[in-house]
Design a protein around this ligand. Structure first.
Ligand SMILES: Nc1ncnc2c1ncn2[C@@H]1O[C@H](COP(=O)(O)OP(=O)(O)OP(=O)(O)O)[C@@H](O)[C@H]1O
Length: 330
């Protein structure tokens, strides 16, 4: 768990993070979104004390982060950044082993962990362990960067635009892999992203920042249907909302009995993906892996319901709710 209390960072008398409070539950993902310069990276880097707060507190579990030496704190907190930041003159295996080595793990323990992570990230150890970073594709480097951040089983993982450089297809896969790995390991994750789609797909909670302030912090469905301010509403884009809401629901939830032809969709895929598949294949019905069908009629009903909900709430949040200073905890 991460608890941030009234966190402020001032540069040149300007608060770039201004009295932000929020809690990320254990094993949850919080996505930080906002315009460029809104303070997302500064907030993230205060969690592992790469930037020292001007005031406020950060708790990692029961530990006040200010009471631990920064270099020791950073061994407990994984950190992955855009462009991966791999050490260019170290092999993939050595890169992943960085923190376990600093923590004094034994050589067999380190070797086993490197092996495990390479498997987890679908990189064959025999093929990749001894390669240098420049011998990998961008997507592979990115995966090694995330594997390195997870190597010492940190309770917390911080990610700053980790998938920013990836093309959309690889990016979607990387997000799926991350979600699965994060669930399996129970890591608490804070991710900075410019991509609202990524925030909705990955985040259990989304934090919307503007000019250093936390405007809203809540589950994706709440941000999409009840934006707290005009700014939040503009950021999520009214026209996009029905689709984004569709991406929150799984095919398994609207599966019907029956059979039909066409390529099967996974019960775990989102309604948005199922809608795209129906339209792409020109079908009004697709089979679901493991049995049952998903119909265009049901998908449209969901999209229209989501749209109606979004339209009903559009505007009302902006007028009725003042921006929350200090942010909402939870
Ligand atoms: N070391 C520093 N000294 C002075 N100002 C800084 C420093 N670091 C960041 N800032 C300023 O703080 C503000 C917030 O920066 P930050 O990088 O946290 O924003 P961001 O939301 O992550 O932006 P982006 O999305 O563009 O990465 C910016 O105006 C930036 O110029």
């Amino acid at each position: 768990m991460i608890r941030i209390e009234n966190l402020t960072r001032i540069y040149d008398r300007t608060p770039v993070v201004n009295d932000v409070s929020l809690t990320v539950g254990a094993g949850q993902i919080a996505a930080l979104v906002g315009t460029s310069g809104s303070g997302k990276t500064t907030l993230l880097r205060m969690i592992n004390r790469l930037v020292e707060p001007t005031s406020g507190r950060i708790w990692i579990g029961e530990t006040d982060a200010a009471t631990i030496a920064p270099h020791l704190l950073r061994r407990r907190i994984g950190y992955a950044i855009q462009g991966h930041g791999l050490f260019p003159h170290r092999t993939v295996g050595q890169n992943i082993a960085t923190v376990p080595r600093l923590l004094g793990w034994s050589a067999p323990e380190i070797a086993a962990r490197v092996e495990e992570l390479l498997h987890l990230f679908q990189l064959d150890p025999a093929q990749f362990r001894d390669r240098m970073p420049h011998e990998l594709s961008g997507g592979q480097q990115q995966r090694v960067g995330v594997a390195r951040a997870l190597a010492a089983r940190p309770e917390v993982l911080l990610m700053d635009e980790p998938f920013g450089a990836l093309d959309p297809v690889i990016r979607a896969r990387a997000q799926g892999d991350l979600r699965e790995i994060q669930r399996r390991l129970g890591t608490t994750l804070v991710i900075v992203t410019h991509d609202m789609e990524e925030a909705v797909t990955l985040g259990d909670r989304i934090a919307v920042m503007d000019k250093g302030r936390l405007l809203q912090y809540g589950p994706p469905a709440e941000i999409l249907t009840r934006p707290a301010t005009d700014f939040v509403q503009a950021l999520i884009g009214t026209g996009e909302r029905p689709f984004r809401l569709l991406s929150l629901t799984r095919v398994a939830d609207i599966r019907e009995d029956g059979t039909c032809d066409g390529p099967a969709v996974s019960p775990e895929s989102s309604l948005r993906d199922a809608l795209a598949a129906c339209l792409w294949h020109g079908r009004d019905c697709l089979p679901v892996e493991g049995g049952g069908i998903v119909t265009l009629t049901a998908l449209r009903a969901r999209a229209e319901g989501a749209r109606a909900e979004a339209m009903a709430t559009a505007g009302e949040g902006a007028q009725s709710k003042a921006p929350q200073t200090g942010g909402a905890a939870q």
